[in-house]
Design a protein around this ligand. Structure first.
Ligand code: ADP
Ligand code: ASP
Ligand code: MG
Length: 411
């Protein structure tokens, strides 16, 4: 029998009425003859509240207990959806990560799925039950402790389960009706895409489009899971297909640029008057690497006096204070005059597999942004994307400018 995974995010299960609406979508697929596994997130806002409580309890919390607390939001919604389905006459049973089990490594707060045993779910299907699975959580078999998969991790739970049970499809239901050329809440002219290539979706997600968690896209790509992003707010009796994440070859009309993403989760650090001699870059970046700080964009200015230079780079906002402390601590070894820092920056990126075969794509953006008076602080490029770091105040202007420049605005 054909199998289906349906995942519902936080806004889709925000209250009991919405959970009833989710149940109607599930009923439609059960009636169409699918064996259905449903993955649910916590009610919207719940995980933030739980994270807040953990931080209030102790800023230097035990990550293992962080997981014990934040995984609870999904436990609630899985039980509630099972109750609502049963009330509609559809046999259903909730499953926590440890009951399946979804085995992960021991990286609490950002665990990776290692293995999923599909046997229990297979038995649930043979009992004609819908399996309602708490997303975002797993178990580390080495310790028997509960783990969570990082923010937005229910997407990854869904795709991983789809791969494990060899589902025909994984439908990610959310509060927008698909993947757009950029965040439709920021750019009203954003266009919904019928299809987007795995590699492009991977870049969009890693560069800030939170519609899918990065790991879920990786997982779909590796295991060839047919994944759709669609809306839970569609009429359950008449749903739209949404956006298919697929192989590049399956896209007929390929644009040069497919989408624009942006991330405010960036911080910029500049070291002034660093000695311009061999070994300095190592002195700066080695201690950061050892502390697992992810350095992203790096710019080193060529000095005019051949004695000192300035080095600018970015780190994730969450790692900013740690990075600053490490650099101040290594000031004597590095030898710089001042450390300047800014968290008021945003990284705006353009993504498209068409960039491989077109030149001048980034240059056009630099010109267009300059014409709008947007100053670029740093640039990075790779095969299918480029990114610029700018002042956060210009986010919308820059995103809209690039969106129009590459012909992405809807008619
Ligand atoms: P869920 O709670 O269902 O997991 P998320 O809030 O994680 O939903 O992701 C959906 C949100 O992603 C949308 O509301 C939208 O604002 C945002 N988003 C950002 N970039 C995009 C994009 N390119 N296409 C669609 N949505 C996007
Ligand atoms: N509830 C978790 C979060 O808010 C997981 C998810 O929604 O995917 O990050
Ligand atoms: Mg999400």
């Amino acid at each position: 029998m054909a199998r289906l995974v349906m995942k519902f995010g936080g806004t889709s299960v925000a209250n009991i009425e919405r959970i009833r609406n989710v149940a109607r979508h599930v009923r439609r697929e059960v009636e169409a003859g699918f064996e259905v596994a449903v993955v649910v997130s916590a009610m919207s806002g719940k995980t933030n509240e739980l994270v807040g409580w953990v931080n209030d309890a102790d800023k230097h919390y035990d990550p293992c207990e962080y997981d014990a607390v934040v995984a609870s939001g999904e436990q609630v919604t899985s039980g509630l959806l099972a109750i609502v389905l049963q009330e509609m006459g559809i046999p259903a049973r909730s499953w926590q990560g440890w009951q399946i089990p979804i085995e992960t490594d021991g990286a609490h707060g950002a665990a990776r799925i290692a293995r999923i045993d599909g046997a229990n779910l297979g038995e649930a299907f043979s009992r004609k039950e819908v399996a309602v699975i708490a997303g975002f959580q797993g178990i580390d078999p080495a310790t028997g402790r509960l783990t969570t998969l990082g923010r937005g991790g229910s997407d990854t739970s869904a795709v991983a389960i789809a791969a494990a049970i060899k589902a025909d499809r994984c439908d990610i239901y959310t509060d927008v009706d698909g993947v757009y050329t950029t965040d439709p809440r920021v750019v009203p002219k954003a266009r919904r895409l019928d299809r987007i290539a795995f590699e492009e979706m991977l870049e969009m997600a890693s560069l800030g489009a939170k519609v899918l968690q990065v790991r879920s896209v990786e997982m779909a790509m590796i295991h060839g899971v047919k994944t759709f992003v669609r809306s839970s707010f569609d009429d359950p009796a008449n749903p739209q297909p949404g956006t298919l994440i697929c192989d590049e070859e399956d896209i007929v009309e390929q644009q040069v640029v497919t989408g624009i993403a942006f991330s405010k989760d960036e911080a910029q650090l500049t070291l002034r008057k660093v000695a311009d001699k061999p070994g300095v870059a190592a002195a700066i970046f080695q201690p950061l690497a050892e502390a697992n700080v992810n350095v992203d964009m790096i710019i080193q200015v060529v000095s005019d006096d051949a004695k000192t230079t300035d080095i600018t780079f970015t780190v994730p906002a969450a790692e900013f204070e740690r990075a600053r402390a490490i650099l101040e601590g290594a000031k004597a070894e590095i030898g710089f005059s001042t450390l300047q820092a800014s968290t008021d920056v945003v990284k705006v990126s353009a993504i498209g597999v068409g960039m491989r075969s077109h030149s001048g794509v980034a240059a056009a953006a630099f010109r267009a942004l300059a014409e709008k008076g947007v100053n670029i602080r740093a640039i990075t490029t790779s095969e299918i994307k480029f990114s610029v770091l700018i002042d956060a105040a210009y986010t919308e202007l820059a995103v809209r400018t690039l969106h129009s420049l590459y012909g992405l605005d809807k008619a």
